[in-house]
Design a protein around this ligand. Structure first.
Ligand code: BGC
Length: 477
């Protein structure tokens, strides 16, 4: 698209946003804060993972990340310039409870109090995630241990008591699917376990932790609303064969349904007979646990990045987030989408599947689905800094990111418009992943998702063209 067409499309989108619809950006603590040794912060599983050889593509750690811990006021000023309504960030559990238990650490509390002061002054609402993957390493066996769910409930209670009057929206857990699959089944994320289907207790314990956290926040009397964030990837079989269809349905269970059904419907889905034994960790869950998991929610957070195509047969070790030897031992694999353009990560750019994701949520959960927030939408591209020929100002012309964001917002608005497949969904917001280029997990600093470019040597921030696009969208509402 040409710049004028982009502006016209942005004006069109702005005019179609429902009344009260919020625009925002998202980040997570481990990916931006740095200062991993300050103020008595404890070690997280990700700190440990990044020091293991070969785990992170560029051999980096998040010790400095984007240096947000020191530059937080500058980052809130950047958000203020964007004209956004809402900031989704995460609290670092090990900064607040170094050992994953006990009294909240003053240095951690002070930092988030200052962040909330700055947001208040900038007129930006807060959406705070309690767990975005940085499990305190002191919690033995991480989410394999049921006790971690109980510790998380206690953490939520302490946070609710401390910050309950200041947070607009609480998110318990971010993407338990990714933690389970990448972290415990395939080993491409921390803690690097490769237990395949034996990873499922980590799923159940996170869901239980979610339910306990909802109860704890409400018991602490928080003023804000409470929800969860799940990633949803519509799954397609690679061919019309029965085997591909069966494994695609299995992957949909693994990636989407087992994390949404118990929360919204009060029970795990029914598993096809041939696969049922693999899911025993879930089918044996007690009714008492399921009742905790199914706490009524005020909102549902949806992260969408891409659809997934699944084929029968082992077909190599590729996952969207890195290479996994464990993946190669499964009887199915993730297939390519040659017909779609790709992001810097190689992920298919398929905005229509965001519409599919919303339609699947609408048809599966109907009136049981609370209002939906798009809590992460974004893409990495190889952004290059160019000097403006007129005045030498650094510029990043990330038109691909603008087109990605605009086409996805368009797809979401179309899917939820009157008469469309997801018309029953009350869509409330669109949060771009991410404000800043940051530590992209196993890919280190090799994938830039930011609206704002970060120089990882001196931490200079340079807004990209996509920043101007978001501001334009916000201004033209
Ligand atoms: C996560 C983010 C991550 C993004 C891109 C999401 O699954 O919540 O932390 O940076 O994907 O990989």
């Amino acid at each position: 698209m040409k710049p004028e067409e982009r502006r016209e499309f942005a004006r069109d989108l702005a005019g179609r946003l429902p009344g009260g619809f919020e625009l925002g950006v998202a980040t997570s603590a481990f990916q931006i804060e740095g200062a991993t040794h300050e103020g008595g912060r404890g070690e997280s599983v990700w700190d440990a993972f990044t020091t293991q050889p070969g785990r992170i593509l560029d051999g980096s750690t998040a010790d400095r990340a984007t240096d947000h811990f020191s530059r937080m006021p500058e980052d809130v000023a950047l958000m203020h310039d964007l004209g956004i309504d809402s900031y989704r960030f995460s609290f670092s559990w090990p900064r607040l409870q170094a050992e994953g238990r006990g009294a909240l650490r003053t240095a951690g509390v002070d930092f988030y109090e200052r962040l909330l002061d700055q947001l208040d002054a900038a007129g930006i609402a807060s959406m705070a995630t309690l767990f975005h993957w940085d499990t305190p390493n002191a919690l033995e066996r991480g989410w394999f241990a049921r006790d971690t769910a109980l510790r998380f409930g206690d953490f939520a209670h302490a946070m609710g008591e401390r910050f309950g009057d200041r947070i607009g929206r609480w998110v318990t857990i971010n993407e338990p699917a990714t933690v389970t699959l990448n972290g415990y089944a395939l080993g491409v994320h921390a803690p690097g376990a490769t237990r395949l289907f034996n990873a499922l207790p980590a799923a159940h314990h996170q869901l239980l932790g979610h339910g306990l956290a909802v109860q704890a926040l409400r018991a602490a009397g928080v003023a804000g609303s409470v929800g969860i964030v799940n990633v949803h990837s519509p799954v397609e079989p690679a061919s019309g064969s029965e085997a591909d269809a069966a494994f695609a349905a299995l992957f949909d269970l693994l990636h989407n349904r087992i994390f949404a059904d118990p929360v919204l419907l009060g029970g795990y889905p029914t598993f096809p007979e041939e696969f049922a034994p693999l899911f025993s960790a879930l089918t044996e869950a007690s009714p008492a646990d399921l009742a905790v998991i199914a706490q009524p929610l005020d909102f549902w957070g949806l992260n969408y990045y891409m659809p997934t195509r699944v084929a029968a047969g082992s077909g190599g070790s590729a996952t969207p987030d890195g290479t996994s030897a464990a993946m190669a031992s499964l009887p199915f694999h993730l297939a390519d989408w040659p017909e779609f353009p790709r992001t810097g990560f190689g992920w298919p750019i398929a905005p229509e599947f965001l519409g599919t994701a919303l339609a699947e949520l609408a048809s599966r959960y109907g009136s049981l689905l609370p209002p939906v927030h798009l809590t992460e939408i974004g893409a990495s591209f190889a952004d290059a800094i160019e000097l403006d020929p007129d005045d030498g100002t650094p510029r990043i012309h990330d038109g691909s990111r603008i087109d990605f964001l605009a086409s996805h917002l368009d797809a979401a608005l179309r899917a939820t418009a009157p008469g469309a497949a997801a018309a029953s969904i009350d869509l409330r917001s669109f949060h771009v992943w991410s404000l800043l280029d940051n530590f992209e997990w196993a890919a280190g600093y090799t994938q830039r998702f930011g609206l704002v470019h970060v120089d990882f040597d001196d931490f200079t921030r340079t807004p990209k063209d996509s920043s101007a696009w978001l501001r334009y969208l916000a201004e033209n509402r």
